[in-house]
Design a protein around this ligand. Structure first.
Ligand code: GAR
Length: 202
């Protein structure tokens, strides 16, 4: 049986779109059952609706605390019998209360070659700005399991992307997405779902 995937999002959702487009092609051992956003205006919600995927919005501000936010997320994921959780541009840090509940079941895509330009405070365009400020000539993307250390879980896949003269954070972000994230993330999700289906993971 296909593994039930929840994708957690905050913004534009281009990585969610890559997963939607991969269904039935690269992504075979799993299917996206639910999209959860922590921002009611996330365009990712529209992408999910266009694909006929159920959506939920969970707002920390409404729930009042990180603990209540994480407990609500856990409740929704359990109610929907989710096997695999994908953080695809989910711009909030999750504590051990949440990550400890789903060991080796949460994947994240990060827009650099971990351990460079990662951890608390490194998200979105800030990651690419930091790579340009440092002057590295190669960056990329990483898909990794999520544990209680921000961007510190076991690496599943990485792909390098060249930095070119004249790059801005926006230009670099687009190249890293096109050449790495949108390819790597569906492949990694498929690998994890296939391994679970094959019974290789507990
Ligand atoms: C992506 O580049 C993703 O790797 C990054 O935010 C962007 C979200 O774009 N995530 C992080 O920086 C997490 N630390 P998207 O909403 O279009 O997928």
């Amino acid at each position: 049986m296909k593994k039930r995937i929840a994708v957690l999002v905050s913004g534009g959702g281009t990585n969610l779109q890559a997963l939607i487009d991969a269904q039935g092609k690269v992504l075979l051992a799993g299917q996206i059952a639910l999209v959860v956003a922590n921002n009611a205006d996330a365009y990712a919600l529209q992408r999910a609706k266009n694909a006929g995927i159920a959506t939920q919005v969970v707002l920390k501000k409404e729930l009042g605390s990180q603990q209540a936010f994480e407990e609500k997320l856990i409740q929704i994921l359990e109610e929907n019998k989710i096997d695999v959780i994908v953080l695809a541009g989910f711009m909030t840090i999750l504590t051990e209360r949440f990550t400890g509940r789903f060991p080796n079941r949460i994947l994240n895509v990060h827009p650099s070659l971990i351990p460079s330009f990662c951890g608390a405070g490194f998200y979105g365009l800030r990651v690419h700005q930091a790579a340009l400020d440092y002057g590295v000539k190669v960056t990329g993307a990483t898909v990794h399991f999520v544990n209680e250390i921000p961007d510190g879980g076991k690496i599943i896949a990485q792909k390098a992307v060249e930095i070119l003269p004249g790059d801005t954070p926006e230009i670099l972000q687009k190249r890293v997405m096109e050449q790495a994230e949108w390819i790597l993330l569906p492949q990694a999700v498929e690998t994890v779902c296939a391994e679970m289906t094959g019974g290789k993971q507990s």
